[in-house]
Design a protein around this ligand. Structure first.
Ligand SMILES: Nc1ncnc2c1ncn2[C@@H]1O[C@H](COP(=O)(O)OP(=O)(O)OP(=O)(O)O)[C@@H](O)[C@H]1O
Ligand SMILES: [Mg+2]
Length: 373
């Protein structure tokens, strides 16, 4: 008999201690006419933290970043940076550097003048400025490019210049809006590790917007998962992946199997004809729930040692096998990612019937119909 556990509901706004908070957002709402792009956002970001805003297109990531920068002032709510209420300050009075998705370099200015732009506004002395630009270009691996024009640089190089420009005035907060999404895959992966290393070295509090979950998992200290203008969950990449707070988060991050089932008593679930024992839950027998489990957590075994299932197809993905099965008790499909060696041992071929185990610690339960993507 398979044992299941009922998940604890994670707090949507992961609590952070007051000490060392760089940015605090409270009750922030942004409306465009009748449309509410952000609804009652609460979020605290620690000093030196790398935070990613992650969510599907149109969920409000850029709007939140622009509200923080003062470029799209909020309709309601407060933004406090280092203890100072910046809610009503214009962008130029706020302390941030920003990089946009498309290279927003001035095409008619050299790399030197692009990077020095913010420094000129501060009327820095010429020799100090030259020294600072050289330092910044070294930081982004572009030493010696001072005299080039943006058109003579690759996309990745242009984004590195944009990064140097954003960091020129040593801002307390670095805002990055999909800085990698216009680049090809190989450059993107390389630049992502460069940005991460640079951020760690400088210790600058950073918010990066992305809709690429892999990018967020690889780079962020904490991820803010957004959907339809609200925060669904805040947590470290491991927390978000292992303990998604909602079916939306479970489905948006990584791959997930969902199986419709019915609670049965306080300690059981019914999956078609099969009853599964599980840890105590509070669902009533007439509720409908969805059991969620990651493909890599599904175990395959001999037919009589688990839920009986028929193999539909087997996909060889190099490092592992992706196996699609239909559970005989409920006619629902489940995907299992298993080691190639285990697949050989079990003699996996389409049409074969074997056992499926759903380990208790890997199972989450969500109310049915919760996904609103
Ligand atoms: N200036 C504007 N006027 C009216 N509606 C807007 C404006 N800017 C954004 N919106 C709307 O607000 C919502 C959130 O937009 P936003 O640009 O923040 O999304 P996003 O999460 O950054 O999406 P993407 O991943 O596509 O960049 C969208 O529905 C968008 O159409
Ligand atoms: Mg956007």
């Amino acid at each position: 008999m398979t044992t299941l556990t009922v998940p604890q509901t994670d707090s949507v706004h992961a609590g952070v201690a007051d000490a060392g908070i760089h940015l605090e957002i409270a009750g922030l709402t942004k409306r465009y006419g009748q449309f509410t792009a952000l609804r009652d956002i609460d979020l605290a970001i620690r000093e030196g933290e790398f935070v990613c805003f992650l969510g599907p297109s149109g969920c409000g990531k850029t709007t939140l970043l622009r509200a923080i920068a003062g470029l799209a002032p909020q309709s309601a709510g407060r933004i406090v940076q280092c203890g100072r209420d910046i809610s009503r300050l214009p962008p130029q009075a706020r302390d941030f550097g920003i990089v946009f998705q498309s290279y927003a370099l001035f095409p008619n200015l050299t790399v030197f003048d692009n990077v020095a732009y913010g420094l000129r506004n501060r009327r820095d002395e010429r020799h100090l400025m030259r020294q600072r630009v050289a330092e910044l270009l070294a930081l982004v691996d572009l030493s010696g490019s001072e005299g080039k024009y943006p058109a003579a640089l690759s996309g990745g190089q242009q984004q590195r210049v944009a990064l140097a420009r954003a960091l020129a005035t040593e801002p307390g907060l670095l805002l990055l809006d999909e800085p990698l999404s216009a680049l090809d895959a190989r450059v993107r992966v390389h630049l992502r590790s460069q940005i991460k290393a640079l951020q760690a070295r400088l210790g600058v509090t950073t918010i990066m917007v992305t809709h690429d979950q892999e990018e967020a998992l690889a780079m962020a200290d904490r991820i803010v998962v957004m959907n339809h203008g609200v925060i669904e969950q805040v947590g470290t990449p491991a927390e978000i992946y292992r303990h998604p707070a909602s079916a939306f988060v479970a489905e948006f991050i990584g791959s997930m199997n969902f199986l419709d089932c019915r609670p049965e008593g306080g300690h059981g679930l019914r999956l078609g004809e099969q009853r599964l024992e599980c840890a105590a839950h509070h669902c009533a027998d007439h509720d409908r729930v969805r059991l969620a489990i990651r493909p890599e957590a599904v175990e395959l075994c001999a037919r009589d040692e688990g839920l009986s299932a028929r193999v539909d197809h087997v996909e060889f993905l190099g490092a592992f096998l992706r196996v699609s099965l239909t559970l005989e008790a409920c006619r629902q499909t489940v995907t299992a990612d298993i080691a190639v060696r285990d697949g050989e041992r079990l003699g996996l071929t389409p049409g074969v019937t074997l056992g499926v185990r759903l380990p208790a610690e890997a199972v989450r339960l969500f109310p049915s119909g919760e996904v609103r993507a």
